[in-house]
Design a protein around this ligand. Sequence first.
Ligand SMILES: [Zn+2]
Length: 130
Amino acid sequence: MRLSGPEGRQRSNIGGRTMRRRPTKQSPGPTALERKFMSWVKQQACVVCQSWPCVAHHCEGATWAHNKVKCGHWFILPLCEFHDGVVTQGSRRVFRERFGTQADLWLELIEQAPILPPAEVVEAVQDWGR
Ligand SMILES: [Zn+2]
């Protein structure tokens, strides 16, 4: 079922500038390569329901690192407004129980990506496994 088509509800911040946060010391902005990956992600359909437009949802936040590998700006999924809401305003657990782990969805996503995340990032997400 399509939850929001082209004529569906749209929030002005989807794919827009308002989603962008100012880089800080604690939360550095993405590198050029990460930005390229992010803009590709935004062009993809929602990994849950295939609708579009999507936001680049940071699965564990922009500063997230695992095993000392910074993955925050790589570990992102294209999610429509509705499914982004499930995980950001609802809970990761609810999202995981309904749609699978963000890690699995991400590993599937990057199989089609023209820009591959660094191997250590892929390993870290695999190891994280949720
Ligand atoms: Zn969706």
